[in-house]
Ligand binder design. Structure first.
Ligand code: FUL
Length: 459
């Protein structure tokens, strides 16, 4: 008896010492991973364009036209919070050059507008509202400046860095800094009214900009420019590609997760004639599944209106969208299922780790087994239409393709998903027509190395 106990204990110790798979590079930094876990946050486009029915102000619109009558950043923050957003990024300065804070770098700013008798500071108001409502705060400060007389010359670069300096110094913690990719072209430029071109990778001194941001906000992500830590998904329509690697390309050297930026209306800024064009719940849900469900973050834009509030239609739509998604993904049908797999890397990485609710544990296969089949047996049949999978990406993104099958009363079924079943990454959600099953089978067909799967859910 004693010997049996000892042998069992030794076996358990050996099993728990099994080594984790070697990482497959690149892997995320802790900050990038924390950012990926945010999943959804908001954009606010607001500025002179709002008051002049423009998307890209030329840079000559008078500062006096900025005049929101009932600006209410608490209304923005409360709305966004109710829409499940984890943070908000504000256009502190758009391409027209107008600054929403009383900067010392240019007169073209809010203190020369009638708002609050020239005493206003929208960046401050929003950053404080975010703190009150438990939202993270981020800043968009356009590198391109169609107002500044010395844009494209060295003087403007100094002005731009002064702006970055003020914005990173005076408005509390930032979770993301946005360097927009639109650069150079025609503009007012202090009355020159001409076209100016620059080499954006060189002209702005992005190295210094990155150092300024990160020295004060070490956990912030940088969007855009040559030192970005997160990347543009490549369109403004609200979807990530069906095959979406965080390593940019499958063998890319750097971890750069994608951000999907899209507006709840056709435009980024408010236009009255778009009041009837707010995206529908179905469109917003589809955007969610094609962004968050495809291993990307969703940056959903709200164009604040002329009265300084998020429009009631946009606000109701966003909150309802959040409720629909939360309902769809509220009751995990696999939580109590019995799990088995055709390969497992010892006890520490056993298959039961995929539904233990702990993101730090994961099921791993052996080094010579870069694939695997996992099955979930339910006590009684359940109807499902979504499967959610997460890789343990601290060891790299691995899965290249998978497929879904099921069983009902011993009869095999193929599950045809609407969404492609290729890469997984931090999170993948695939949709299909509701199907009743007593067993769900996931075949991971191809992977860059042994599987490391931390979580699987079904709804
Ligand atoms: C683009 C800009 O040109 C648009 O106006 C908007 O700000 C969008 C988020 O990025 O590059």
């Amino acid at each position: 008896m004693k010997r049996i106990i000892l042998t069992t204990i030794t076996a358990l110790i050996l099993a728990s010492c099994t080594k984790a798979p070697e990482p497959i590079y690149p892997v995320p930094t802790a900050e990038q991973l924390a950012w990926q876990e945010l999943e959804t946050y908001a954009f606010i486009h607001f500025g002179l364009n709002t008051f002049n029915d423009l998307e890209w102000g030329y840079g000559d619109t008078p500062a006096s036209t900025f005049n929101p009558e009932n600006l209410d950043c608490d209304q923005w923050a409360a709305t966004l919070k109710n829409a499940g957003m984890k943070g908000v990024i504000l256009t502190a300065k758009h391409h027209d050059g107008f600054c929403l804070w009383p900067t010392e770098s240019t007169d073209y700013n809010i203190s020369h507008s009638p708002y609050n008798n020239g005493e206003g500071d929208v960046v401050k108001e929003l950053s404080e509202a975010c703190q009150r409502h438990g939202l993270l705060f981020g800043i968009y400060c356009s590198p391109w400046d169609r107002h500044h007389p010395r844009y494209a010359f060295p003087e403007y670069v100094a002005t731009y860095h002064q702006q970055i300096n003020e914005l990173t110094k005076n408005y509390g913690p930032l979770f993301e800094f946005w360097f927009d990719g639109a650069n150079g072209g025609d503009g007012y430029y202090g009355g020159a009214n001409e076209t100016r071109q620059i080499d954006h990778n060189k002209y702005y001194d992005y190295q210094r900009a990155k150092d300024t941001v990160l020295s004060r906000h070490p956990t912030a992500m940088i969007f855009g420019g040559p030192y970005q830590t997160v990347r543009w998904v490549g369109n403004e329509k609200g979807y990530a590609h069906a095959t979406n690697w965080c390593n940019v390309t499958e063998n890319g050297a750097e971890w750069q997760p994608a951000e999907v930026d899209v507006s709840i209306r056709p435009g980024w800024f408010y236009h009255k004639n778009e009041d009837t064009k707010v995206k529908t719940i179905n469109e917003l849900c589809d955007i969610y599944y094609k962004s968050v469900g495809r291993n990307a973050n969703l940056l959903l834009n709200f164009p604040v209106t002329l009265n300084g509030k998020i429009h009631p239609v946009d606000s109701a739509r966003a909150v309802e969208f959040y409720q629909v998604i939360s309902n769809e993904l509220s009751h995990n049908l696999l939580a109590d299922a019995k799990v088995s797999a055709d390969d497992e890397r010892g006890h520490r990485f056993s298959v039961s780790k995929v539904n233990d609710g702990d993101p730090e544990t994961f099921w791993a296969t052996n080094d010579d087994y870069p694939y695997g089949t996992i099955s979930f047996s339910m006590d009684k049949p359940v109807t499902m239409s979504r499967v959610l999978i997460q890789e343990y990406v601290k060891l790299g993104q691995r899965v290249k393709s998978f497929n879904l099958e099921g069983e009902k009363d011993g009869k095999w079924l193929k599950i045809n998903t609407y969404d492609t079943t290729s890469t997984v990454g931090y999170k993948r959600i695939v949709r299909f027509d509701p199907v009743e099953l007593d067993k769900l089978i996931i075949n991971f067909e191809e992977s860059r190395g042994p599987l490391c799967i931390s979580n699987i859910e079904a709804y």
